[in-house]
Write a protein that binds this ligand. Structure first.
Ligand SMILES: Nc1ncnc2c1ncn2[C@@H]1O[C@H](COP(=O)(O)OP(=O)(O)OP(=O)(O)O)[C@@H](O)[C@H]1O
Length: 469
C-alpha cells in the first residue's frame, strides 16, 4: 500500500513533467500575450490533475549579504527524520557532529522515506539545487549546491499537516537534538574571544562526568523520591501552565563536606539531560550582571550556586568594610569584589523575568544550612530541601558492590558496627575502600577501610576526652 501510494505520486510527477514539457515546446511558437494567458490555465490544470502538495525546507537561509546560515527548521526536520532514515532509507549518510554522542545518520541525496501521522501518509525526500551564478564569490558557501527536504502529501490533509504534523516534527526534532548531544557544563568566566561576536558571558566544556544516581550512596527510598520529583518536574509543562506558575524548581542540597552534593548535581543533569550552569557568584560584579547571566542560560538547564553561604558572606563582609573605610577607598578596593546582594539574587530567581524561561532548575549547596538567610531557602523558592548525610551501611554496600563486586563478606559485620558508631562521609568511605593497586584484593581493601574507621573512632574519643577536661 505504502509503495503504491509512492508510485502514484511518482506517476503524477511524470505526467506533470510531460505536460509542462509539451507546454514549453508550444510556447516557442505562439505570441507572448497568448502564452501568458495560457500559463494561467496551465497552472490551474496541473493543480487540478495533481492533488498532491509540497512543502520544502531549505538547508540554508540568507544570513545577510552573501553569507548563508544553516536553517534551524531544516536542522530540526533532519533530526526528526534521523531515526526514521536509519530504519527505512536504503542509502544513508553518516557523519560525526561536534558535541554529539555518536554518529549522526541522515538519508542520502535523492532518497525518499514515508512517514505516518495519525493515519496520514507523508513522503519526505532530499533534493539538491545548484544555484546558477556566473559571478565570482569570496564566500564559497553562497554558490555551492544546496540541499532541501521536501514533504509531499495529499491536499485533503493540508490542515492536519500544516497545523499539527509540522509542529510535531519540529518539536520532536528539537527534543532529539538535545537528547543526542552531550551535556554542557557552563561557567561564568566570560569567554573573551578576539572577535566581538565571539564574546560570551558563559564559557562551556562538554560535561563527561560518569556519575549517575546508580552510583550515589544514600538511603534508597530517599534517592527514589528525588528521582521521581525530578522526572515529574520535567514532565510538568501542562501542570505549571494550569496553576499559572513559571516552570522552575529549586533544590537546596545541604550536608557536611564529601557527602555527595556535587555528585548529586551531576546525576540530576545526567538523568534529565540538562546543561549545567555553574554560577560563581563571587565573580559576578553586580545585580545587573547577574540578571544578564541568568538571561543568557538556556531552557532545560540546572543553574548551580555551590557553597551559597560563602558567596553571600562576601556581601556582609563588604558592607562591614564599607563602614570602616572612607568612601573613595572603598570604591577603589571594591572594583574586583562582587556587589551582588541577597535581594538581587532573590529577584533573579523569583522576579518577573524568571517566567520567560522554561524547565529551569536552581540548585544551591551549602555545608552550613543554619547560616543561610531564611528568605533565600524558604519553601517555594527552594522547593525541596535535601539533606545529604554521613555514610550508612547501605552506602558502604553500594561502594563494595561497585568497587569490589562484593555482595557480602565476613568483614561486613565489623564494618556495619563501625559505620554505625562513627560519622564518616561517603567520600571518606569511598576513598579508603578503593583498591590501591590495579589488582583488586577485597580482603585488603576491607581491612584498609576498617583501619580508617577505627582511627576516626579513636580520634573522636580523644577529642571528646579533651573537651571534658
Ligand atoms: N553519597 C555519595 N555517593 C557516592 N559517592 C560519593 C557520595 N558522596 C561523596 N562521594 C564521593 O566523594 C567525592 C566527593 O564528593 P562530592 O564532591 O560530591 O561531595 P560534596 O558534598 O559536594 O563535597 P563538598 O561539600 O566538599 O563540595 C566524589 O568523588 C564522590 O565520588
Amino acid at each position: 500500500m505504502m509503495s503504491s501510494m509512492g508510485e502514484t505520486v511518482m506517476r503524477m510527477g511524470t505526467l506533470m513533467g510531460s505536460i509542462m514539457f509539451i507546454y514549453t515546446m508550444i510556447q516557442q511558437f505562439i505570441p507572448r500575450q497568448i502564452s501568458d494567458y495560457l500559463s494561467v490555465y496551465m497552472h490551474r490544470i496541473t493543480a487540478f490533475l495533481n492533488p498532491y502538495m509540497e512543502i520544502s525546507f531549505d538547508e540554508f537561509t540568507s544570513g545577510g549579504g552573501e553569507w548563508l546560515k544553516l536553517s534551524k527548521a531544516y536542522t530540526a526536520v533532519e533530526a526528526y527524520l534521523g531515526p526514521k532514515s536509519s530504519k527505512f532509507a536504503k542509502r544513508l549518510k553518516a557523519r560525526i557532529v561536534k558535541g554529539n554522542k555518536g554518529l549522526v545518520f541522515s538519508m542520502d541525496d535523492y532518497e525518499e522515506i514515508v512517514d505516518d501521522f495519525e493515519g496520514v501518509k507523508i513522503w519526505w525526500s532530499l533534493g539538491i539545487t545548484v544555484p546558477e551564478t556566473n559571478s565570482f564569490s569570496r564566500y564559497p558557501s553562497a554558490t555551492e549546491e544546496r540541499r532541501h527536504l521536501t514533504l509531499t502529501f495529499h491536499q485533503k490533509h493540508r490542515a492536519i499537516v500544516t497545523k499539527s504534523y509540522l509542529n510535531h516534527v519540529i518539536k520532536e526534532g528539537k527534543a532529539s537534538m538535545i537528547e543526542n548531544r552531550n551535556i554542557r557544563l557552563y561557567s561564568n568566566n566570560a569567554n573573551q574571544g578576539y572577535y566581538e561576536y565571539k564574546k560570551t558571558l558563559w564559557s562551556h566544556v562538554e560535561f563527561e562526568h560518569p556519575v549517575t544516581f546508580d552510583h550515589l550512596a544514600m538511603d534508597p527510598a530517599k534517592k527514589q523520591e528525588i528521582i521521581d520529583d525530578l522526572v515529574t518536574f520535567s514532565m510538568g509543562r501542562d501542570y505549571y501552565l494550569k496553576i499559572g506558575k513559571p516552570w522552575k524548581r529549586g533544590y537546596l542540597l545541604y550536608g557536611p563536606p564529601g557527602t555527595g552534593k556535587s555528585s548529586m548535581i551531576a546525576a540530576m543533569a545526567k538523568l534529565l539531560h540538562y546543561d549545567i550552569y555553574d554560577l560563581e557568584l563571587t565573580a559576578v560584579r553586580d545585580n545587573s550582571e547577574l540578571k544578564k547571566l541568568l538571561h543568557d542560560t538556556s531552557n532545560k538547564s540546572i543553574t548551580v550556586i555551590e557553597d551559597v553561604d560563602c558567596s553571600l558572606d562576601l556581601t556582609s563582609r563588604r558592607e562591614k568594610k564599607k563602614m570602616e573605610e572612607d568612601e573613595k577607598e572603598v570604591e577603589e578596593s571594591n572594583e574586583d569584589i562582587s556587589r551582588v546582594t541577597l535581594s538581587g539574587l532573590l529577584n533573579v530567581i523569583d522576579g518577573l523575568w524568571s517566567a520567560c524561561s522554561k524547565e529551569r532548575i536552581f540548585v544551591f549547596t551549602t555545608n552550613y544550612v543554619e547560616e543561610l538567610d531564611p528568605a533565600l531557602i524558604r519553601r517555594g523558592r527552594m522547593d525541596k530541601h535535601i539533606e545529604l548525610s554521613y555514610c550508612c551501611f547501605e552506602g558502604f554496600k553500594l561502594f563494595a558492590k561497585i568497587y569490589l563486586d562484593l555482595e557480602s563478606h565476613e568483614l561486613f559485620g565489623t564494618i556495619r558496627q563501625l559505620i554505625h558508631e562513627v560519622n564518616v562521609s561517603p567520600a571518606d568511605v569511598a576513598e579508603n575502600l578503593m583498591p590501591k593497586t590495579i589488582k583488586r584484593d577485597s580482603q585488603v581493601c576491607l581491612q584498609n577501610l576498617i583501619k580508617a574507621l577505627e582511627k576516626i573512632k579513636e580520634d573522636g574519643k580523644l577529642k571528646a576526652e579533651e573537651e571534658e577536661e
